[in-house]
Design a protein around this ligand. Structure first.
Ligand SMILES: NC(=O)c1ccc[n+]([C@@H]2O[C@H](COP(=O)([O-])OP(=O)(O)OC[C@H]3O[C@@H](n4cnc5c(N)ncnc54)[C@H](O)[C@@H]3O)[C@@H](O)[C@H]2O)c1
Length: 336
């Protein structure tokens, strides 16, 4: 695949122009661009600026509200609900996490569900907002169905990601941000393209049998068998049912029905360590724990032990200087 390297700033500017032309207010376009470029900086390109084309198509078809009136309703000292009015998930998630953070700062914990939303991008963006405020952050979102429940023949669940962010004192935060499917469908497509077999456990055929031929994959499998399956349902409950949204196969599809609102749900939580323990002690111990994990001697075939999120943070450091790498076709789309 041919690629180009551009500075993050330029990528952001191009996305803002593209989304503004498609009818979004500049301020909203800027927030979406920030979340997308955050992903590209971390080499999570699947959730980066390449998604802009899909968003503009959805905007044009009417399946996303360009003038959403996003509202927050406080439902208790530590709880609240955001109604996204079918706008962009990135903006809705940003607002919801901000409310969770301010409740956690005041009352120890903040939990916010978001409804009437759409695709929100990489969850790391939201939990990092909490860690920037020296809080623990949790985020979940359900997605449309492509994953079989453990032991099932056909897809029911989405790739349903979950993210946890935990701050350190001086070290970069622990950021675990993972889909509950074993891999993204993009990895199956990649294997098809290069004609390579896939490991058992990535996907199943139409009979629900695990396959190694990527061309036979119809649905994905969860990571860790029944454990990942269970966690995927949890994500659908927290971000779907608790948000008053649909579940599993009833969720609006990302790439079909572009003219229909998807009505997705998300879940955001912030936890203030100072309501449970001495914050300084907690942050120092987090640093020590991460340091000691990194010092565990590597097994054969590994260079060292990494902290969840660390590999992405190393990419981010490098890409901030050198620029992000995106497909030439994506660059062409953004430029024109
Ligand atoms: N909004 C949506 O609808 C949606 C749906 C699915 C996925 N996503 C996003 O897709 C992105 C990619 O998800 P994924 O599951 O493919 O991620 P992944 O499999 O690349 O990584 C999962 C986690 O494992 C950690 N990790 C990877 N290698 C490691 C190592 N050697 N040592 C320690 N930790 C390591 C990563 O830091 C990350 O926290 C995420 O940002 C997720 O939020 C979003």
């Amino acid at each position: 695949m041919s690629t180009v390297k551009i500075q993050a700033k330029e990528a952001k500017k191009l996305v803002v122009i593209k989304l503004s032309k498609a009818g979004l207010k500049e301020k909203d376009a800027e927030k979406i661009a920030e979340v997308l470029v955050h992903a590209d900086l971390r080499n999570v390109n699947s959730h980066g600026v390449l998604r802009t084309e899909h968003y503009t198509n959805r905007l044009k078809a009417g399946g996303i509200n360009a003038n959403a009136n996003i509202s927050f309703q406080s439902t208790g000292p530590v709880t609240g609900v955001v109604d996204g009015d079918n706008g962009f998930g990135h903006i809705i998630g940003d607002i919801a996490m901000d409310h969770a953070i301010s409740m956690a700062q005041k009352n120890g914990v903040g939990m916010v569900t978001a409804m009437n939303s759409s695709h929100c991008g990489a969850l790391s963006y939201f939990v990092q907002k909490a860690t920037d405020a020296k809080l623990i952050g949790i985020a979940m979102t359900h997605t449309d169905s492509i994953v079989v429940p453990f032991g099932g023949k056909s897809a029911f669940l989405g790739t349903n990601p979950i993210a946890y962010g935990i701050p350190g004192k001086n070290k970069k935060p622990f950021i675990l941000d993972m889909a509950t499917s074993n891999v993204a469908f993009g990895k199956i497509l990649q294997a098809r393209e290069v004609g390579k077999e896939i490991p058992k456990g990535w996907g199943v055929d139409e009979h629900g049998d695990a396959v190694t031929d990527p061309n036979k994959v119809v649905s994905l499998s969860t990571f860790g068998g029944p454990k990942g399956y269970g966690l995927s349902v949890i994500v659908d409950v927290f971000s779907g049912l608790l948000a008053g949204a649909a579940f599993g196969p009833h969720i609006g599809r990302m790439y079909d029905d572009l003219d229909k609102y998807r009505k997705l749900g998300h879940y955001f939580c912030a936890i203030n360590p100072s309501f449970f323990t001495d914050t300084e002690e907690f942050l120092t111990q987090m640093d020590e724990m991460m340091e000691q994990l990194q010092q565990v001697p590597p097994a054969k075939g590994f260079d060292r032990v990494y902290i969840p999120g660390e590999i992405e943070q190393l990419h981010e450091e490098k890409n901030l200087e050198e620029g992000i790498t995106i497909a030439s076709s994506v660059y062409e789309f953004l430029k024109n």
